[in-house]
Write a protein that binds this ligand. Structure first.
Ligand SMILES: C[S@@+](CC[C@H](N)C(=O)[O-])C[C@H]1O[C@@H](n2cnc3c(N)ncnc32)[C@H](O)[C@@H]1O
Length: 208
């Protein structure tokens, strides 16, 4: 059980650059936010895993949803602090997920967009189970992972400034099984295209 440190350090080193690249809201993410907010009835407190540059949290807040921004990368947390937002350094695999703003009260939902691609396959169920444990029954989950087989390490840059990102790909049947086993009732898994030929499996689920 471990979080890939190369991946986290790569995000640390490139947080501002990544945030700028990801600032524009992809169409498929906008649709997921719409459905997520509707599923919450337009109100609630959400734990965001992998906030990154903070694009999605802003959109949620504009719709009246309260968001706890978190990231496993100190680079993103610092970036969010510098912009005046509260954000917590948090690894969903190992850290306490309880809400410091509402001790003893579970979240109404968890938003984990394009971040659990970096969780190892062997740890994915553990993370999903921990997220379920922090969410009220009936609470919402969005998680999106890359559609495909196996694992991959993508390298960006070169030499001393090269960055390495580990990614785990999922197919829908295994993804559904992992979610169900972890305590989530899957409502829908949508296949969405990011960039051309960049396919995501986007999950709409609720806490069973
Ligand atoms: C592709 S970015 C997505 C950021 C943001 N959610 C977005 O959609 O723009 C991946 C995010 O996952 C975080 N991350 C890296 N390793 C992780 C892990 N093992 N578990 C959870 N999040 C991780 C990164 O720090 C980064 O914020």
């Amino acid at each position: 059980m471990s979080t890939d440190r190369d991946t986290v350090q790569s995000y640390d080193a490139a947080a501002a650059e990544y945030a700028a690249e990801a600032a524009a809201m992809p169409e498929w993410v906008a649709s997921e936010i719409e459905a997520f907010v509707a599923g919450l009835g337009g109100a609630g407190r959400v734990l965001e895993i992998g906030s990154g540059g903070g694009r999605d949290a802003l959109d949620f807040e504009a719709r009246g949803i309260s968001v706890r921004r978190t990231d496993v990368s100190r680079g993103f947390v610092s970036l969010l602090h510098a912009q005046g937002f509260e954000a917590d350094l948090l690894d969903p695999l190992t850290d306490d997920l309880a809400d410091p703003q509402r001790p003893g009260v579970p979240y109404d939902g968890v938003w984990a967009c394009a971040c659990l691609i970096h969780a190892a396959r062997a740890d994915f169920g553990t993370v999903l189970g921990r997220l379920a444990g922090a969410t009220r029954p009936g609470g919402r989950l969005h998680v999106s992972v890359r559609d495909g087989d196996g694992e991959d390490v993508s390298v960006r840059g070169s030499g001393a400034v090269s960055r390495r990102y580990s990614e785990t790909y999922w197919r829908e049947p295994a993804l559904r099984a992992a979610l169900t086993e972890a305590g989530w009732a899957v409502e829908e898994v949508r296949r969405c295209m990011g960039r051309p030929d960049d396919w995501w499996l986007s999950v709409r689920a609720r806490r069973a």
